[in-house]
Design a protein around this ligand. Structure first.
Ligand SMILES: CC(C)(COP(=O)(O)OP(=O)(O)OC[C@H]1O[C@@H](n2cnc3c(N)ncnc32)[C@H](O)[C@@H]1OP(=O)(O)O)[C@@H](O)C(=O)NCCC(=O)NCCS
Length: 181
């Protein structure tokens, strides 16, 4: 595992804030609020085959709202989100049980992709996981065919830990990716 080459969460966060400053007249990233749930649900259904009940989004917002962020376009409103769960489990990078930030779902509307919003959402979530939830690792599952997302996670310092065969309902495998935070 190339832990030394993993960018520090603080550095990623500062970088994301710098990137957002450059587009501050159009985009911002902020904590999700209850009124954002309909937009988040709509984006989830448009962008991903893994959909959840409205109650699931509400539960995550209630329980881990400090790690639930939305990207907002000045005119169009919410155009992206990331939502997480904090779990206590054996670490991928240590033998000890620790608090881990599980990235449950992230999506950015197609028209607003490649503007670093996904990067910023992840940076905000990791920063919150580390400093507000005292997490020492972060992990996620991603379809082995999802090149954009895999590239994003690698850039953020996540590496492939293992392949989970037939993780998705349609039979596709998942990469389990993780990084210390
Ligand atoms: C994955 C996703 C959230 C990325 O959001 P985004 O805002 O477009 O990503 P960013 O602009 O922040 O990209 C940051 C980096 O990720 C990588 N990346 C993002 N999209 C990429 C693409 N289409 N192809 C290759 N690399 C890509 C690049 O390294 C990129 O940096 P660069 O633009 O300087 O090259 C977005 O593509 C999406 O919503 N996809 C559908 C939902 C999904 O797959 N979610 C993940 C489920 S695990």
């Amino acid at each position: 595992m190339f832990i030394d080459s993993v960018p520090k969460v603080d550095e990623v966060y500062v970088d994301a804030r710098r990137v957002l400053e450059l587009v501050a007249d159009v985009y911002s990233v902020r904590r999700a609020e209850h009124r954002d749930i309909p937009s988040v649900v709509r984006i989830n259904r448009l962008c991903l085959p893994e959909n959840y009940s409205v109650g699931f989004f509400e539960d995550l917002l209630r329980a881990y709202g400090n790690a639930f962020f939305v990207a907002v376009h000045r005119e169009e409103g919410v155009v992206g989100y990331v939502m997480c769960r904090v779990e206590v489990k054996k670490g991928f990078f240590s033998e000890e049980k620790l608090r881990s930030l599980h990235i449950v779902s992230i999506a950015v509307m197609p028209k607003h992709r490649r503007k670093k919003l996904g990067y910023a959402l992840m940076a905000y979530a990791m920063n919150s996981g580390k400093w507000e939830y005292d997490c020492h690792e972060s992990y996620l599952e991603v379809r082995v065919s999802n090149e954009p997302a895999i590239n994003l996670y690698k850039r953020l310092g996540y590496s492939v830990i293992t392949v989970i065969p037939q993780y998705y309902l349609d039979g596709e495998d998942a990469y389990l990716m993780a990084r210390p935070i």
